[in-house]
Every structure is written in structure tokens, then in C-alpha cells.
Design a protein around this ligand. Sequence first.
Ligand code: FEO
Length: 174
Amino acid sequence: MNTDLLADLNEHLRLEFRAAHEYLAMSIWLSAHDLPGFSVWMRQQSTDELGHANRVIEHLLDRDQAVKLPAIPEPPADWPDAVALVAHVLRNEQEVTASITALYEAAEGAGDRGAQIMLQWFVNEQMEEESSARALLGRLKLAGSTGLGLLLVDQELAAGKIPGTASSSESVPV
Ligand code: FEO
């Protein structure tokens, strides 16, 4: 594998593990704020992010390439409200999308078909993840960050009624 592409794939792991760590912290905050539907959904997002990191790791192992696990920063433990929390999720996902786009271009430039095929899954996944974060943010802004509106969104999340937020069916390589 091209050495720059290998370094960039290892660096990308930092974003996936950071997202997993932050989404777990968010799930804990949501649970503590009596939003069980939202909390369970966020916990699933955290699990999905670990799956994403594992996809990259498995690809590197299958190709006998070196894996270097990153340090993960301590996640924020508190949020002003649910809108701020989901706005942070959307910014995270946009950052991951930018990294995947750069990785795909690097794989293309290196003529690495295997990496391109692996990364194509992430291209599709990122479109879905940004879309579901935007849909959730829109619902929260409509409903408001407190009281009955927030309870309604929590119930919608528990029922998978917000587009893109139904229970994850990702097959996760572990
Ligand atoms: Fe794996 Fe949500 O980016």
C-alpha cells in the first residue's frame, strides 16, 4: 500500500474512535436528562462508529498493513441543550465525510482499487449519517429544546420515525 495512504487511513481511525467516544458520552448525558429514546439511539451511533473503525482495521489487517491505534481525547461531558448536542454530531459527521473524500481521492491517485472499494461503503454511509443528523436537528429546532416538544422528539427517535434514524442494520466486521 502507498505509504501516505496507509498513514492517512490510520489517522482516520482517530475520527471514528473520537465519534464513538463522544456519542457514548452524549448517550450518558441524554439518559441523565430523562430522554431514553434519544439516549438509546445515541448509544447505537457510538456502537456504529466502533464498527466503522473496525472496517478500516480489518482492511489493513487483510492486506498485512500496520495498524496504529490513536489516542482518544476526553469527550465533552455536558451540553447546553439537545440542539447543541445534535449540531455537534452534524459537525462531526461533516468532518468524517471530508476525511473519507480525501482518502478516496488518495486511493484513486495511488491506483488502489481495494481501498477505493472499501472506502465506497463509507461514501454512502456518510451521506446517510449527515442526512439523519440534519433531519434530527431540524425536528429538534421545530419542537424546541425543552418540555413537550423534546419529549415528542424522544418518542419519535424511540420509534425510528425520524428519517434515517430507524434501528441500525449495519453489518459490523469485528
Ligand atoms: Fe463513522 Fe459517523 O462517521
